[in-house]
Design a protein around this ligand. Structure first.
Ligand code: HEC
Length: 198
């Protein structure tokens, strides 16, 4: 009996051991598998360190591209309005003395003013040139608008680096860098977007 029992119990033990072996193997695999994700988690900081390497590059890119959008068009227009304060004391470009009749969109009569940078070289119109034009309903009439163009180095190829802005008498800007201004001024002789030297 004892032998039978013991042989049965050996069987059981063997089965138990076999099951245990399976369990152990399974446990081993589970632990092996669970240690697998552990390896990437060790790698993960390296990866995140790698992604954090381009990350400082991103602010750099922002910094690099910062000079271009540093000023919004509205900010540029506000700055331009300040720059043209006192423009009525500026001289007119040669060929446009005082109030002159106009058949342009700017009014029936217009008056041109240019800053020193522009007047110094009306053919070249260097960066920093500002040309102001008052447009009037008629020779006595109300001021329609003050249209201004300012040449800013590297501002925009599309407009020959000119910032076009229309101000009302109060200095409220509209049509900042408007394509309608640019498209028409593209027709100016010399391809410099300015009619003041044609
Ligand atoms: C449909 C054509 C047309 C459009 C649109 C136009 N302009 Fe003009 N602009 C002219 C012409 C033509 C002149 C030349 C003077 C004149 O006859 O009034 C001129 C002259 C000027 C001048 C005088 C200096 C120069 O060199 O030409 C300024 C400044 C100006 N325009 C600004 C503007 C702004 C800003 C806009 C948009 C809000 C604008 N213009 C839209 C046709 C146009």
């Amino acid at each position: 009996m004892g032998t039978l029992l013991s042989s049965k119990s050996i069987d059981r033990i063997m089965k138990f051991l076999a099951q245990s072996a399976t369990l152990l193997t399974a446990a081993f695999f589970i632990s092996a598998c669970s240690s697998d994700p552990a390896t990437p988690t060790v790698v993960a900081p390296v990866q995140s360190a790698q992604t954090s390497t381009p990350a400082p590059g991103q602010p750099k890119e922002v910094k690099n591209s910062a000079p271009a959008p540093a000023l919004t068009e509205t900010q540029r227009a506000t700055a331009l309005w300040k720059k043209i304060q006192g423009f009525k004391t500026w001289n007119s470009p040669p060929g446009f003395p005082g109030l002159v009749e106009s058949d342009s969109v700017h009014g029936d009569f217009v008056r041109f003013y240019a800053n020193g940078t522009a007047l110094a070289d009306m053919k070249k119109l260097p960066n920093g040139s500002i040309i102001v034009k008052e447009g009037f309903e008629d020779d006595q009439g109300d001021l329609n608008a003050i249209t201004v163009m300012e040449k800013i180095e590297g501002f925009s190829q599309d407009s020959g680096d000119w910032l076009f802005t229309r101000f009302d008498v109060e200095g409220k800007a509209s049509k900042i860098n408007s394509s309608s201004c640019i498209r028409c001024h593209q027709k100016a002789d010399g391809g410099d977007f300015s009619f003041a030297n044609d």
